[in-house]
Structures are given as C-alpha cells and as structure tokens.
Design a protein around this ligand. Structure first.
Ligand SMILES: [Zn+2]
Length: 193
C-alpha cells in the first residue's frame, strides 16, 4: 500500500535538495518520478507547464510541472509512478485531499516537501491539512545561530524585520530569511517577556 509522506522544515532547511535526492534514488531504481510545484512560487520565473526547479546545494537540470491545483486534468497524459511535491504549503486543503486520492485510488506514493509555518509562526492551510491526513510526517532539521534547533524563521525586507503579518512576502524589496529557534524569534521580534 502506498503512503502520503510529508517532510517539513524551516526556510533553507534543504527541502528541495532532499526532494531532488529522492527523485534521483527512485529514478535509479527504475521508477518514473514526477515533480509538481504550485505556480504561486515564482522564484524560478512564472511558469506554465514544465520548468526548471533549483536547489541551493544541488545543481543540474531538473524539471518540475508547475500547476495551479491538483486535478486529473493537470496531470493528464503524464506517465509517473511516484509523485514528488515541492513547496506543498502553497496548495489548498482540497489539493491535499486530491494528493491523498492519488495514493489511495492509484496506489502511487506521494512525497511532499514544504514549510510548516509562515514567518509569523502560523500554519499554512495546506500544511495543516497534510499534518492532519499524511501517513508519515518527518522533520528535516535545521540549526539556529544559537545552536538550538530552528523551528521558525524571520523574514527580512531590505535587511529589516518584516512585521507586516503577511503569510507571503509582498514583493517590495530584497526578501531574505533567517531560520531560528523560537526563543531567538521572540527576541528578534521584541516579544520577550
Ligand atoms: Zn536560537
């Protein structure tokens, strides 16, 4: 029986690197992996259909299918027997249910990678659904500058802490991220008690 897997981490936690490693491992064993990504994530430029997917660590020419939502039409005519999902937090709860149908109805493993929370420490709705229904949930660990485990991240716009409260950064400057532990996150946001 196939499973719905969820690997989560903070920003820069090596999610895409891990996804590409999984793709490589399955390909080597003769499987046909397909990588899908929500179109909302346009760091690689606005995509339609197949486009490049990049990792901070691994290089090489990897392709992902950029889709608006997980529907039979979006995946129509593509031959795959394992599905890898990048930036899964940007999909809607109904897309997460559709991913679980691919597991249950087609017996195809679906391996999702994404963020647990946004920069404000709130769950993404797609992530919340995955946490609720995934068969296997694992954390890809990342370290804070203080040496503790990083479980949150801070968003900076032009070097200043973004306190806008927006889940997704509005493109208004140079956006960078720092993954930190909860204690350091509170210190940076001036929420020490
Ligand atoms: Zn820390």
């Amino acid at each position: 029986m196939s499973k719905l897997y969820f690997y989560y981490s903070v920003m820069g936690g090596g999610k895409t690197t891990s996804l590409l490693q999984t793709e490589y491992n399955y390909s080597k064993q003769g499987f046909k992996p397909l990588i899908v990504k929500p179109k909302l994530d346009d760091r690689e430029g606005s995509q339609n259909g197949f486009g490049p997917i990049q990792s901070r660590i691994l290089t090489g020419n990897h392709q992902a299918l950029y889709i608006d939502s997980v529907t039979p039409e979006a995946l129509n005519g593509i031959d795959f027997n394992i599905l890898l999902v990048d930036e899964v937090q940007f999909f809607k709860p109904k897309d997460i249910e559709a991913l679980s149908d691919i597991v249950d109805k087609r017996n195809i493993p679906v391996v999702c990678y994404g963020l647990k929370t946004d920069a404000n420490g709130n769950l993404f709705e797609g992530t919340a659904k995955l946490l609720a229904i995934a068969d296997s949930i694992k954390e890809i660990k990342h370290i804070c500058k203080c040496g503790s485990k990083a479980t949150m991240y801070v968003r900076y716009i032009d070097g200043k802490v973004d306190t806008s409260g927006e889940a997704i950064a509005v493109e208004k400057g140079n956006v960078t991220y720092e993954s930190v532990c909860r204690k350091c996150w509170k210190q940076i946001h001036g929420r020490e008690r």
